[in-house]
Write a protein that binds this ligand. Sequence first.
Ligand code: ADP
Length: 497
Amino acid sequence: MKKYILTLDEGTTSARAIIFDKSATPISTTQYEFTQIYPQPSFVEHDPLEIYTRQYTALTEAVIKAEIDPKEIAAIGITNQRETTVVWNKITGEPVYNAIVWQCRRTTEFCEALKKAGYDEYISKTTGLKIDAYFSATKIHWILNNVEGAKEKALKGELLFGTIDTWLLWKLSGGKIHATDYTNAARTMLFDIHKLCWDKKLLELFGIPESMLPEVFPSGNNFGNVSVLGEEIPVCSIAGDQQSALFGQGCFKSGEIKNTYGTGCFLLMNTGEEAFDSKNGLLSTLACTLSGEKPQYALEGSVFVGGAVIQWLRDELGLIKSAPESEKFATSIEDNKGVYIVPAFAGLGAPYWDMRARGTICGLTRGSGKKEIIRSALEAIAYQSADLLSAMKADTGIDLKSLKADGGASKNRFLMQFQADIADIEVACPASPEATALGAAFLAGLTVGFFKDRSAIKELLSGGERYFSQIDASKRDKLLSGWQKAVKAAQIFNSQE
Ligand code: ADP
């Protein structure tokens, strides 16, 4: 009788709902965009009530469009943009301020002050994170200290905090359930990823009363029922988008790794029961597990400018009309002819962590033209990802054999082949592009027995394209040494000299 899993995929720009059947095939998908609010340069907000309305419309329409009986839905899974912070009044249900989005930089100065005061080590040891405005802690602090009356109400126990998963669950359950999962909690900069609890010292540092915080569970867990078109359905998973994609790509074991090639790139590597303390500027975080299982960890690294460099070729340089066109130009020449682009538009992340570095094009000759620039831009996405893979290898000593790829730019076959060549790794693109939503669907399905076990899921994920390195070690070394020189040039031409 139970034939489907309903997944809510709440992203940074839109709220989607997808219904999957037993073979993990989407039978109905709906999507609603919501407003991006920019009150000041580098400030980014969302309206939490708009997100809830859009998500609710998406979910009911997905059920109606699929022409199924809600009774046939075994469970609901939620995956969401991480870190984005909502604080609301638990009596009225009204947010006290807009959601402060992960991208928002308003707390950068506060973060600098925390670093100066020497909190780096404690925060990194406890939460696995580097102090940064991305994470929820300083955003909650900002709301409590800048919204009139918020601090007093919080101290009286009248306010609640949640990332978007928590907010949606609270709304969908009519204010009955205030909960989150390990993967979202791990991105707040308040959660002890080793002891699996909110850290009292950090709550004190940020002036956050514990009464505001949700209860934390493994990602695959029965969180309680919500009503969908008159039917009570259990929410059986919650997972932050990147960890959900790691699970949705079937990376269940230590050493398994995925890269999402979107605007930026997000690499996550499952490190099993061990949380690594990175020496190369990577973050440690909790990965998805099911209720009753031992916690699992992941190493995470991101490329700030991934697919965005292709948008730049299109919108700023006008070299291509569309992103997919880049492939045709890149494959029309044999190699990069010594041209390298380092798209350090906003500095360089791991393993360099040089925020002053700026974008550079190196190795130009009179014969260099549009094709070389386009090709080297695509190659730059692969080089940056390869740098992260090397950092992961160095941190863990684990030999990486296969990289699972997803995201918009993973459709580019040239990029995927070059990634396999330059990192000397198998690159596997799954048959389904829905890795993020599938992760939440698998977690919910495993929790209610809709899917049997992880090996049954691995079978559902078979198929898709695979790429293997086609270059020899000396060619790879030559290319990598060119890239390293180009990175140095980007660091020399920095923003302060
Ligand atoms: P996000 O979720 O970050 O919005 P998507 O996964 O939708 O991103 O991917 C969009 C990004 O991928 C854009 O930056 C775009 O330039 C890039 N992209 C999309 N298709 C291609 C392609 N065929 N080749 C290269 N880049 C692409």
